[in-house]
Unconditional design. Structure first.
Length: 405
């Protein structure tokens, strides 16, 4: 008899949607490995900020069963509506599990903390293993946007409390970095199996995108592209990239072009900044579907993993794609784990964030050092293939599930 697993994620990307594909991939991967999988998600599509057309989705083919819990939704990534929306989703998840939850194991994304807590408490009640997939830290990440002494403590206390309750109920842990994998142990005495499985990507899919869209992305002779792909929001230091563009123009290096891919709450503001500063070398490309983004990264000469000083992120989704592109990386993320990885694996350089001159100097130096760039790029691709390629790296999730069931 097949073992039955619930995979729970509020932010899964289904056919034709925007978003992250980790949990869709896990659903497929576990199904292919012989498990019976229910992928439980929400009626609300986080990236589109809209309700899904559930009837249309039900006509499509998936390897797993899809189950939806109602969530009213929200307009911004950080606001009170989102907290309320997740709270309703958590209650609806409990109802769904009580009614239909005949599982051998529950595998659930955290955050949202209250949704994960609903799953963890149900697993405990049923005496089945519960595995969180820790891919961000709340409330730590929230403090990036709202860090007011005392006020933030009061506001974020429920998130902190729920996180600790979830961590006290785990049977095993998957983290998207060592730091995230070990976070549940910070205040808990836990002796459970745990593994790091980077978000990663499917390198074959990345390469198909490069092959398909590469020819249509025109890169004029002599141009040197410095690119960023991802959210244009508070944690990401795109402002310094724009101003470094201005700095390099002033130095007479107009052949260095900046390509900013993606959307987000600060896109308009930063686009206006580029115009005001006369940064004719900075282009905001906008949101590009995954295959096209892959082609842009592969056409680039340097990729910037651009974060502000206080960003709590560790090893984020885009790293697998950056590495697969086989280009040198300039990293401003202050995560000790990732900075050490950049240094030890030799695929890029670490610099301090939020400093225009330091970033401009780093770009100028790499521009002059084509051999160094080539060597870093080769190392990047090798690390992508060895550590970030999902068909290989996600086997660790199955090993953990087998150990617990």
């Amino acid at each position: 008899m097949k073992k039955k697993i619930a995979v729970i994620s509020m932010g899964v990307k289904l056919n034709g949607e925007k978003g992250y594909s980790r949990f869709r991939y896990i659903g497929d991967f576990l199904s292919d490995a012989g498990y019976q999988v229910d992928l439980i998600t929400t009626t609300f599509q986080h990236w589109e900020k809209a309700q899904r057309d559930i009837d249309a989705i039900k006509k499509e083919d998936y390897k797993f069963q899809l189950k939806f819990i109602y969530e009213p939704g929200y307009r911004k990534n950080i606001d009170l509506r989102r907290i309320r929306s997740h709270s309703i989703a958590a209650k609806n998840l409990t109802k769904l599990l009580e009614k239909e939850g005949d599982y051998d194991l529950i595998y659930c994304e955290i955050p949202p903390n209250d949704v994960a807590l609903a799953a963890a408490e149900y697993a405990k009640k049923k005496g089945i293993p519960f595995v969180p997939d820790v891919n961000d830290l709340w409330p730590e990440a929230m403090r990036m946007v709202l860090d007011i002494p005392v006020v933030s403590d009061i506001l974020f206390y429920p998130l902190q409390r729920d996180a600790e309750k979830v961590y006290s109920l785990v049977s095993g842990i998957i983290g998207t970095s060592d730091e995230y994998r070990d976070r549940p142990l910070k205040n808990q005495k836990l002796d459970v199996p745990r593994k790091t499985v980077y978000v990663g990507n499917e390198i074959a899919e990345f390469d198909r995108g490069v092959e398909k869209y590469g020819p249509e992305i025109q890169k004029p002779e002599g141009e040197f592209w410095v690119s960023y792909a991802g959210t244009i929001g508070t944690s990401y230091d795109i402002r310094t990239m724009v101003l470094a563009g201005k700095e390099l123009l002033d130095r007479g290096m107009s052949q260095i072009k900046f390509k900013i891919l993606g959307g987000g709450p600060l896109k308009d503001e930063l686009e206006n900044l580029a115009k005001e500063q006369g940064c004719v070398n900075v282009e905001f490309v906008g949101y590009a579907p995954y295959p096209k983004m892959a082609a842009y990264l592969a056409k680039s000469d340097i990729l910037v993993n651009s974060f502000v000083k206080k960003a709590p992120q560790s090893i984020v989704t885009k790293i697998g794609d950056y590495l697969a592109a086989g280009k040198p990386m300039i990293n401003t993320c202050m995560s000790p784990e990732f900075r050490q990885k950049v240094e030890n694996d030799g695929f890029g350089i670490n610099i301090l964030p939020e400093d225009v001159k330091i970033l401009a100097d780093a770009i100028a130096e790499l521009y002059e050092d084509r051999d160094g760039c080539r060597i870093m790029g080769e190392k990047a691709r090798k690390i992508a293939e060895e550590q970030f390629d999902r068909p290989e790296s996600y086997k660790k999730i199955i090993e953990l599930i087998e150990e617990l069931t």
